[in-house]
Design a protein around this ligand. Structure first.
Ligand code: 4AD
Ligand code: MG
Length: 464
């Protein structure tokens, strides 16, 4: 008989129907006459209760039905007498597809996330990780749907690149050179002309530069793909391999950009509320009791738009009034997470879009303001997360962009193709990058970025 997914089965009320379900045993409870098996197939956070009469099944079969074992169950869909579920299956036959060895790591409830990371290959079978991964899927669908509906084209930028888009030098090299046999030239440098690509290449830190080529041809594009950063930051918000969404749009200004950022992120959060109800309720109960309220509040409030200079003034006032920060506050500094969170969580109590940063702390491609000191860069700052989006209006003037490139000693030979956008029909444009896992942190209420991606990559850790 054809298998029914548990998510579909739980919606059915045609009691008396013969059904087949397949899944993994979450728990088993025994009384003298009956065995109750909670089965989960990953299609929903909810389990289906299997009722197996002791007299109908062999002791030798029942012995194999342990937590983690995989079963195929045929039976009758019946209205449940017990509390906690509307329906259950009265089993007529049980087939053990896979027994579960006694050292199955996910047996006990309430294991720590640290323990689960160490057994990351099996943690997907837990309630929490099932919920997180289903939400992750729905968030990806939200993102594609948003951009598709708003006329953006999904644009694929390369993962292997010869340029450092952010100019931050945090790249993983890609090479086929024999590392045991590297011979530096007389100048001490490695000659890459005989390497696979004939030049030094790395994994991309951002698809933005190629995205700008797309936007200045197609009008509006977005990327959604893996991004790599060799920053040695062992924090709950950084991954060495993360997924980034980078829309890039022609003919927009700073206000348009901030409008898109706010509209897009609200759309995604609202999508979660509409499509992930069961999983969010589970996380709200088990992980973070303020989660649902926080999600609803973000959808319903206008974000604060705050100039960097004004933000520094607020922080300085807070310090004068006794607020303690680890890092001192002064105009020109890059905000630390503690400063961002103070503004968002304590001062404004809602998301903040900050703009007008000093040019020295931002990337070379951001549009310079008439003051010559600040740029039209924006960061969207979120409660609990800090920076969730970074974006900017791009410098469209060839001359001004060249000045920035020279000031920062960025090697020109790598940049000619990017500069050509400013030589051949340049136009005002801008875009931003959303860290997918930062969005996932916010939407799930999980505390550590390693727990919102199936297989995290962080310093000294590339298991599974
Ligand atoms: O602020 P970032 O570095 O901006 C860019 O890469 C631009 N090229 C984006 C653009 O304008 N098209 O990164 C963008 C976002 C951050 O706000 C953060 O959410 C996320 O990417 N991010 C990370 N997420 C997880 N782990 C890391 N190591 C991250 N680094 C950045
Ligand atoms: Mg940033």
């Amino acid at each position: 008989m054809e298998r029914t997914k548990i998510v579909d089965l739980l919606r059915r009320t045609d009691f008396g129907a013969a059904v087949t379900v397949k899944g993994w045993v979450r728990t088993r409870r025994d009384s003298k006459a009956v065995h109750f098996i909670a089965l989960n197939d990953g299609s929903t956070i909810r389990n289906i209760q299997i009722v197996a009469d002791a007299e109908k099944f062999d002791e030798s079969l029942l012995k194999l039905i342990t937590t983690g074992a995989c079963l195929s169950v045929e039976g009758t869909l019946v209205e449940s007498q017990g509390a906690g579920q509307a329906s259950e299956i009265q089993a007529t036959s049980i087939d053990v597809l896979g027994t579960c060895a006694p050292d199955y790591p996910m047996q006990k409830k309430g294991q720590s996330f640290e323990f689960m990371r160490q057994h990351g290959h099996m943690r997907l079978r837990t309630n929490t990780f099932g919920a997180v991964m289903r939400i992750r899927h729905h968030m990806a669908m939200a993102i594609h749907t948003y951009f598709h509906e708003h006329g953006y084209f999904y644009f694929h930028t390369p993962l292997i690149t010869a340029s450092d888009a952010e100019g931050a030098g945090q790249m993983f090299q890609v090479t086929t050179k024999d590392l045991a046999n590297l011979r530096p030239g007389e100048d001490g440098k490695i000659d890459y002309s005989d390497d696979f690509f004939g030049k030094q290449t790395s994994l991309t830190v951002s698809g933005q530069l190629e995205g700008e080529l797309g936007a200045t041809a197609l009008g509006a594009i977005y990327t959604f793909g893996p991004t790599f950063r060799a920053e040695n930051s062992n924090t709950p918000r950084h991954l060495a391999e993360f997924w980034m969404i980078e829309p890039e749009v022609a003919f927009i200004d700073l206000n348009d950009l901030m409008d898109i950022e706010e509209d897009f992120i609200k759309y995604c959060v609202n999508w979660a509320l509409e499509h992930c109800q069961d999983d969010l309720e589970f996380l709200n109960k088990m992980i973070d009791k303020t989660l649902l309220a926080r999600l609803q509040s973000v959808v319903g409030t206008e974000f604060i738009r705050l100039d960097y200079t004004e933000g520094i003034r607020i922080l300085e006032e807070a310090v004068a009034a006794g607020q303690k920060f680890e890092f001192p506050v002064s105009w020109g500094m890059d905000l630390a997470s503690e400063h961002e969170r103070y503004l968002v969580e304590q001062h404004f109590k809602r998301p903040v879009i900050m703009s007008g940063y000093p040019k020295e702390i931002k990337a070379f491609y951001m549009k310079l303001n008439p003051d010559g000191k600040t740029v039209q860069g924006t960061d969207v700052l979120f409660p609990q997360i800090g920076e969730i989006i970074g974006g900017s209006v791009r410098e469209e003037s060839y001359e001004k962009l060249m000045e920035q490139i020279e000031e920062r000693h960025i090697p020109m030979k790598d940049m000619w193709w990017y500069l050509d956008t400013r030589r051949f029909g340049t136009c005002p444009h801008g875009g931003f990058g959303l860290g997918f896992e930062r969005l996932m942190l916010f939407v799930t209420g999980m505390q550590n970025i390693r727990d919102v991606i199936p297989f995290p990559r962080t310093p000294k850790s590339a298991e599974f």
